[in-house]
Design a protein around this ligand. Structure first.
Ligand SMILES: Cc1cc2nc3c(=O)[nH]c(=O)nc-3n(C[C@H](O)[C@H](O)[C@H](O)COP(=O)(O)O)c2cc1C
Length: 216
């Protein structure tokens, strides 16, 4: 899977723009992965929400196609504890990179809501929900649209985390806020998928900043 990731690099025209574009051609032919990545985790000020979140049960809900986001979810879980749930679709995405890139683009253009196999039967138990995903064409993979239109996260604390190859969160946080308009958002964390393995310290600092580290 690392090999698959190493096959491409991403050109995002302006990383800071919410609508940074994902160019498939650049993925296949573009920038070397060794290029300096500006991986800047965002640290928010402590909020009353963080204080509230500390006391409650935590769910780490994530989608991952090639494993980067799954790995990041595991790193968060090590520090925060709680339960982990992987969002799965009924019809799995193709493993082939070009094929999944095309499928995801078509889904997004069609505004598709792919059928999901994941059920959140005990969502009421959780106060804090980490939501993790790869940036797919500038936002969340469409299965999250299916999920979050089905399950109501009103009143919960939501913390996004994202892996990508240059576009950072893209417009995903804006989309997430639209999908969960009555949730309370804390600062999220983003990292290049190819650098998840060396993100441990940044993850720790982010989690500590949120006040969510479990007592060890
Ligand atoms: C369908 C698809 C679309 C993608 N779109 C983007 C994008 O718009 N911007 C970006 O920086 N990376 C993009 N990527 C790269 C992934 O976000 C990145 O490799 C991520 O770490 C993959 O996570 P995963 O291993 O958990 O699936 C895309 C990858 C795929 C497969």
């Amino acid at each position: 899977m690392t090999k698959k990731i190493a096959k491409f690099a991403i050109h995002a025209r302006k990383f800071d723009e919410a609508r940074a574009e994902f160019s498939r051609r650049a993925v296949l032919k573009g920038l070397a992965l060794g290029a300096v990545a500006a991986v800047v985790p965002v640290f928010g000020t402590q909020s009353v929400f963080a204080a509230e979140a500390r006391g409650g049960k935590v769910l780490i809900l994530y989608f991952s196609h090639s494993g980067n986001t799954r790995r990041l979810a595991g790193m968060i879980h090590e520090r925060v504890g709680g339960d982990m749930v992987e969002l799965k679709t009924v019809k799995p995405y193709p493993e082939d990179y070009d094929a999944v890139v095309d499928a995801a683009k078509q889904e997004q253009q069609a505004g598709a809501r792919p059928e999901i196999a994941t059920e959140l039967s005990n969502l009421g138990d959780y106060d804090t929900v980490f939501i993790g995903y790869p940036n797919w064409w500038g936002t969340l993979p469409m299965p999250f649209f299916t999920l979050l239109e089905r399950y109501d996260l009103s009143g919960k604390t939501v913390i996004p985390f994202c892996t990508h190859e240059g576009s950072r969160f893209g417009r995903s946080e804006t989309d997430l806020k639209k999908l969960c308009p009555k949730a309370r958002f804390l600062e999220g964390f983003e990292v290049r998928g190819s650098r998840v393995g060396s993100a441990g310290e940044d993850v720790a600092e982010w989690i500590n900043g949120l006040g969510l580290s479990k007592s060890r």
